[in-house]
Design a binder for this molecule. Structure first.
Ligand SMILES: NC(=O)c1ccc[n+]([C@@H]2O[C@H](COP(=O)([O-])OP(=O)(O)OC[C@H]3O[C@@H](n4cnc5c(N)ncnc54)[C@H](O)[C@@H]3O)[C@@H](O)[C@H]2O)c1
Length: 270
């Protein structure tokens, strides 16, 4: 009788295309800003689940306690507290990344703020604060990251844009302008970094339930749920799949794009 190999012992076909390999971040060093917030926290947990070594950063000192909890949950995570609008803080953070890891595979520029105020009352300082945090910080963080990534010949940069790259609402002028700038920065950086092995994309959430959003306002809450074809607000975890696509080998040929994850919000009209 001839022995035949058990079908269970056969290697899976096309192993490099199997999702567990294609979307894997095993051993990759991932830095995420605003990781103490709603979306940043979910993305950190999602990247950890894909095997990343995380550097979770935020302005809020509670980042350290949160990271300690995550380590207790089994995540490979270290934390840093610094302000992404301060160039010296940024340079210091990257010096620590270089010293501890010697490389950076993925940067997620997620830290952000919003100022809600009518255009006619807007002060220059309010405009400037949103520009500094939501746009200029993305440039500064990404330039430091790209210098390391170009030297190593690979890397992924993901900026957080918004549906406000595409539409506007009253009282959001600086935020709408900054997020439009983030998507433009994404295209412009992809052009500049062509041929280096570094990709640059933007993830653009729709209305997502966090401290930052207005989900507590009953009227607005009802508008978003009624308008969005998904008939609900986004949850921060809804962004994990798209973020992993842009960060992993699965997204190797996606570059310069703004990827909307909005439950269909932008696709419909009355
Ligand atoms: N929630 C939404 O509906 C929504 C929609 C579209 C886009 N976004 C974008 O997603 C990103 C995350 O939003 P979120 O809803 O999780 O907000 P969030 O307020 O829950 O988290 C933002 C985090 O950024 C940190 N941060 C703010 N300024 C900082 C600074 N100067 N330096 C370092 N960290 C700083 C905050 O401390 C906070 O932890 C933002 O860029 C936001 O514009 C959110």
């Amino acid at each position: 009788m001839t022995a035949t190999a058990s079908p269970h012992a056969a290697p899976p076909p096309f192993a490099d295309l199997a999702p567990q390999n294609l979307f894997s971040l095993a051993g990759q060093v991932v830095l995420i800003t605003g990781a103490a917030g709603g979306i940043g926290g979910a993305l950190a947990r999602g990247f950890a689940a894909a095997g990343a070594k995380l550097i979770a950063c935020d302005l809020q000192p509670r980042m350290h306690e949160l990271a300690a909890q995550w380590r207790a949950d089994g995540m490979d995570v270290e934390s840093m507290v610094f302000d992404v609008t301060q160039e010296d803080d940024i340079a210091n953070a990257y010096a620590q990344v270089a010293q501890r890891h010697g490389r950076l595979d993925v940067l997620v520029n997620n830290a952000g703020i919003i100022v809600r105020k009518p255009f006619l009352e807007l002060q220059r300082q309010e405009w400037q604060k949103v520009m500094d945090t939501d746009l200029t910080a993305c440039f500064l963080m990404a330039q430091h990251a790209a210098r390391m990534m170009v030297a190593q010949g690979s890397g992924r940069i993901i900026h957080l844009s918004s549906i406000m790259n595409h539409v506007a609402r009253p009282n959001l002028v600086p935020y709408v302008v900054a997020k439009g700038g983030v998507s433009a920065l994404t295209r412009a950086m992809a052009a500049d970094l062509g041929g280096t092995g570094v990709t640059v994309n933007a993830l653009a959430p729709g209305y997502t339930h966090t401290e930052f959003s207005q989900a507590k306002d009953p009227e607005f809450n009802a508008f978003v749920s009624g308008w969005t074809p998904a008939r609900r607000w986004g949850q921060p975890e809804d962004l994990c799949g798209a973020a992993l696509l842009l960060a992993s080998g699965a997204g190797a040929y996606i570059n310069g794009q703004t990827l909307y994850v909005d439950g269909g919000f932008l696709a419909v009209t009355r």
